[in-house]
Design a protein around this ligand. Structure first.
Ligand code: GLC
Length: 570
């Protein structure tokens, strides 16, 4: 009976969408080659998604078993954080073999089955490619660090130190997480450069052999049918060839829009011309695989003008798109969002497509800055799936999984360990997750022990309120956040205007409480209205045929608190 009920709610939602149909063609107008422009992406952190063998950590087989959850949501593309062979010191972002699967996640056969199962559902799969660095346990680094003469001696960024004994770092560059990024290696009596943590040495892309080896890694997975890549810290690939010192800066901590921090401008270690150029080389490799065309999204940090060069260097093709992390720091206010969308539309006008991401495995849960308020979370989802751009949903966002408070001191995350001397109350004040364990707690599947995530001991704690936040419970509740996600994503899928339509801000309707924009495609036009306030707003002036609302309402003249609605104009 229970199963029947929850199946039915989702089934009903889909059927309703078919019937609430209005006169537009059903399929997106994006050509096959441009499928990514109108896609929707769901990010899986494999360690935390579903554990099929009871060892307390998620695995590939677990993902296969839960694919229908993502399919039912209406999502097209799945991006999976790295599951390659790794000592797991940074939980997979420290790779020791790009072509093998970490045994705790599965094996090659399961990986190929995963690709096949995703394609069988008419979905796409995007791998996470960590090109900037390897683990210090990668065979390449072991060989490279052995002495200065071996065949891989120049595969990493090695430099002599300064000072009398050569024990001072070669220059003043800071790692992106603070502290010198140069690390002394006793074997070579030299320093190696690491943009992130010391056990993640940067590869040396000015060595053509390195470049070609890494392009081969990309080819390897593309030839196995992978539909594209999310590219980890892609703006750190190249360094300045003459290793000039970075200039001073007053900035203390880097932000999403500026990598400058720790009192220096990251002028010579990130966002280098070589990295922009490399984006075009990688694009050529990716484009050599067709039917279907493949897709890349870069994790880059910096102002939009600079980072946009990753998508179009000297007018040539680069990455398809990049993450625009301003979304993570923009307060949930009508005017701020209007400004953000205006900026994204300006900088990423056609043929570019902006991205909209509100949390990931490094950043606090998206519902946290919304005071864990489900009404706001629905409006956020409504925005994400109605605005022009590629929406990224991080697993559990559709349930409103909340950020727990996990102390730095006991954090498994290597960043938490690095910062553990920072007083906890200071971290709590920021509301951010310096301990990234907080962003990675297990997916909540049902109300049984461990929320149905594992039959063993979960590697991270299960959310305390899992009994009302899990998939099964929310599937049975017609007004749950999960059912709202299903409703809005399927509505978007059925309405090409929301995928491919142009966007124009409805300036005359925007104010402190309301953000509004038009979407237009061919002869059709809709108005999207978002009430960012907790008050009702008289909307008589802009009433028209209501075709979608976050709420169940027929009152065309009143915009309800935190309501998002779509009106058909023509
Ligand atoms: C990226 C990843 C993060 C990882 C780091 C080093 O920022 O998102 O999780 O720790 O790169 O690879």
């Amino acid at each position: 009976m229970g199963f029947f009920v929850y199946c039915n709610v989702r089934f009903l939602v889909s059927m309703l969408l078919c019937f609430c149909w209005w006169n537009l063609p059903v399929f997106s107008q994006s050509s096959n080659a441009d499928w990514w422009k109108s896609t929707t992406v769901y990010q899986i952190y494999p360690r935390s998604f579903y554990d099929s063998d009871g060892d307390g950590t998620g695995d590939l087989n677990g993902i296969i078993q839960k694919l229908d959850h993502i399919k039912d949501l209406g999502i097209e593309t799945i991006w999976i954080s790295p599951f390659f062979l790794s000592p797991q010191r940074d939980f997979g972002y420290d790779i020791s073999d790009y072509r093998s699967i970490a045994p705790e996640y599965g094996d090659m056969e399961t990986c190929l089955k995963l690709i096949e199962e995703i394609h069988a559902r008419d979905m796409k799969i995007v791998f996470d490619l960590v090109m900037n660095h390897t683990s210090d346990e990668h065979a390449w680094f072991k060989e490279s660090s052995f002495n200065r003469e071996n065949e891989k001696a120049d595969w990493y960024v090695w430099k002599d130190g300064r000072g009398k004994n050569g024990q001072k770092p070669p220059n003043n560059w800071k790692a992106t997480i603070g502290g010198s990024g140069w690390h002394w290696h006793e074997g070579r009596k030299q320093f190696y450069w690491a943009s992130f943590l010391d056990f993640q040495p940067d590869l040396n892309y000015s060595n053509p052999e390195v470049k070609s080896a890494m392009l081969d890694v990309a080819r390897h997975w593309l030839s196995k049918g992978v539909d594209g890549f999310r590219l980890d810290i892609f703006n750190s690939i190249y360094e300045d060839a003459s290793f000039r010192n970075n200039p001073a800066s007053l900035r203390i901590v880097p932000s999403e829009e500026s990598p400058d921090g720790f009192f220096q401008q990251m002028k010579y270690n990130v966002n280098q011309e070589g990295s922009f150029r490399f984006a075009t080389e990688l694009r050529a490799v990716v484009d050599s695989f067709q039917n279907p065309a493949r897709f890349m999204v870069g994790e880059v940090f910096g102002d939009v003008e600079t980072t946009k060069k990753f998508c179009s260097y000297n007018g040539k093709d680069g990455l398809h798109t990049i993450f625009l992390f301003k979304t993570l720091s923009t307060p949930f206010k009508a005017k701020k969002w209007r400004k953000m969308v205006e900026e994204f539309e300006h900088n990423f006008a056609e043929p570019f497509v902006p991205t909209y991401v509100f949390s990931n495995h490094d950043r606090r849960r998206s519902i946290t800055p919304l005071d864990n308020d489900v009404r706001r979370a629905k409006l956020l989802a409504f925005f994400q799936f109605t605005v022009r751009g590629i929406p990224f949903t991080y697993y559990g966002e559709e349930l409103g999984i909340e950020k727990p408070l996990l102390p730095l001191k006991t954090g498994l995350d290597p960043l938490a360990q690095r910062y553990k001397s920072i007083p906890q109350f200071m971290v709590n004040l920021t509301g951010q997750s310096l301990n990234r364990d907080e962003c990675r707690t297990p997916m909540l599947w049902d109300s049984t022990q461990n929320a149905g995530f594992t039959s063993g001991k979960p590697w991270l704690p299960i959310s305390q309120n899992f009994r009302n936040k899990n998939v099964q419970t929310q599937e049975r509740d017609s007004v749950s956040l999960l059912n709202f996600y299903t409703r809005i994503i399927n509505f978007r899928n059925e309405n090409p205007i929301l995928q491919d339509g142009t966007l124009a801000i409805a300036k005359e309707l925007c104010n402190r409480k309301v953000f509004a924009f038009y979407r237009e495609l061919n002869e059709a036009k809709v108005l999207v209205l978002l009430n960012f306030s907790g008050q009702e707003i008289n909307s008589e002036g802009f009433s028209s045929e209501l075709i979608f609302s976050t709420h169940s309402t027929n009152n065309i003249n009143t915009l309800l608190p935190f309501e998002g609605r779509i009106l058909k104009l023509q």
